[in-house]
Design a protein around this ligand. Structure first.
Ligand SMILES: *Cc1c(COP(=O)(O)O)cnc(C)c1O
Length: 428
């Protein structure tokens, strides 16, 4: 019987507890079809910082596995961990008065940026139902935030380079705008939006401006340290009021760790919630969660301290070199090309409409061929493309990937995929 049948069948708890080894063996069996990120063949989902990073993360998260950050008076170590993680990154983002919290992920950081903008709009400008102005490249979590918190999304297009369109943004901003969004870089094509101009437009109406650096927050500061020219995106840009950055992406910590930093404590207070009329006592809460696992917080702190600035410099150098090798291969391989001109680690690959050699290449067929060779790349559209978040874990297999990509393009010629669906995330 295949694993599928055995392990999807059992939907009720066993009446007797099962032996330890049996429970663990069942979990191990469930994983047989999972993407093989450990081999560097996954361009997203899990970002592999290497054996030493795993070791410290596993020891730290085991130490804090049962701890709860709900009340940092009872468990002050988690308060200290949060302060130190946020403080270190606020400094790196050039926010001397920066103040924020750890969250469970980029989505929660973004939800909190949306909530803070709504509260500020209400308190300072009397806006009952605010608007978020954002490009169609901005992460879907902003729409989730608008839906959860009762705001309207006003979507603008991107320019020919896939960067948020400035004129369209200027036209879309109204006296109801409470938040303008830019990304550094945005997820779909990996390009950095024109943050200084966007933030200025937001400031003109007194709206918040959020830089979504979920992907770039642990890459761009280190690229800058390595001497790469990076367009401005952090708190050095006037008008940027908050920034999100994910330790659990290119910060190489395990899942469940992101950071939101506000420019100062004044702005941060719009994020938090407190309630003093409950029989259970005074309720104060920084983010969406109530009880909050200490494990990802401690693992993030530990990974950041194990690596230090120089460790991140090295991982960033490795990552960007790998991304540029793939970029060069895509430029060279007839029939495919890159979408836009990404600055950092994210690449989107599409078919080349100007390719001189017939028949044309359907990029989704290339994706299927790569999947058959054990590579995991996301699919997206407008334009149809394969999405890659390159990280240090992919570096050892870049030449193998390039060989397979070349072969996949060759054998894809003339075929058209019937399944045109895309797959960023799923329900169940
Ligand atoms: C991943 C990502 C997010 C969402 O983060 P999660 O940790 O998946 O919730 C937001 N913005 C960008 C640009 C991202 O790449």
């Amino acid at each position: 019987m295949c694993a599928d049948v055995i392990y999807r069948r059992r939907m009720s708890l066993p009446s007797h507890g099962q032996p330890h080894q049996e429970v663990i063996a069942q979990l191990r069996n469930m994983r047989t079809d999972d993407a093989q990120w450990q081999d560097g063949r996954t361009f997203g989902l899990v970002y592999d910082g290497g054996a030493e990073v795993h070791a410290i993360a596993e020891e730290a998260s085991a130490m804090f596995l049962h701890e709860n950050a709900l009340n940092t008076v009872a468990i002050p170590s988690l308060g200290q961990i949060q302060r130190e993680v946020v403080g270190a990154m606020a400094e790196l983002l050039h926010g001397p008065e920066g103040s924020g919290f750890m969250t469970s992920g980029g989505t929660e950081s973004i939800l909190m940026a949306v909530k803070a903008a709504r509260e500020r709009g209400r308190a300072e400008r009397g806006i009952e139902r605010g608007q978020i102005v954002l490009a169609d490249s901005a992460h879907a979590a902003f729409h989730k935030g608008a839906s959860y918190f009762g705001l309207d999304s006003v979507v603008v297009g991107v320019d020919a380079d896939f960067r948020c369109d400035l004129d369209a943004t200027a036209d879309a901003i109204t006296d109801r705008t409470v938040l303008v969004v830019g990304s550094a870089p945005q997820y779909p094509q990996g390009v950095i939006d024109p943050i200084p101009d966007l933030a200025m437009l937001a400031a003109e109406v007194g709206a918040n401006f959020h830089t979504d650096a979920c992907m770039g927050g642990f890459v761009l500061p280190f690229m800058e340290r390595l001497g790469e020219p990076i367009p401005p995106w952090d708190f050095r840009v006037p008008g940027v009021t908050s920034i999100s950055l994910d330790v659990h992406k290119l910060g190489y910590a395990p899942k469940g760790a992101s950071i939101i930093v506000h420019r100062n404590k004044e702005l941060r207070r719009y994020q938090t919630f407190s309630f003093d009329n409950w029989l259970g006592g005074f309720y104060a809460s920084p983010n969406m969660q109530g009880s909050r696992s200490g494990a990802p917080m401690a693992a993030a702190w530990a990974v950041m301290h194990r690596l230090g600035l120089e460790g991140y410099d090295d991982l960033t150098r490795t990552t960007i070199e790998a991304a540029r090798q793939i970029q060069a291969a895509v430029d060279r391989i007839e029939g495919i090309r890159l979408v836009g001109n990404p600055e950092a680690q994210i690449l989107a690959v599409t078919s080349d409409p100007n390719s001189v050699t017939a028949p044309p290449v359907d990029i989704f067929v290339v994706g299927d061929k790569l999947a058959a060779r054990g590579w995991y790349l996301d699919r997206q559209n407008r334009p149809d493309s394969l999405h890659m978040t390159v990280s240090a874990g992919n570096a050892p297999i870049v030449s193998e990937f390039v060989t397979d990509l070349e072969a996949a393009v060759q054998s894809a010629r003339g075929d058209v995929a019937t399944d045109r669906s895309t797959n960023y995330s799923t329900l169940d």
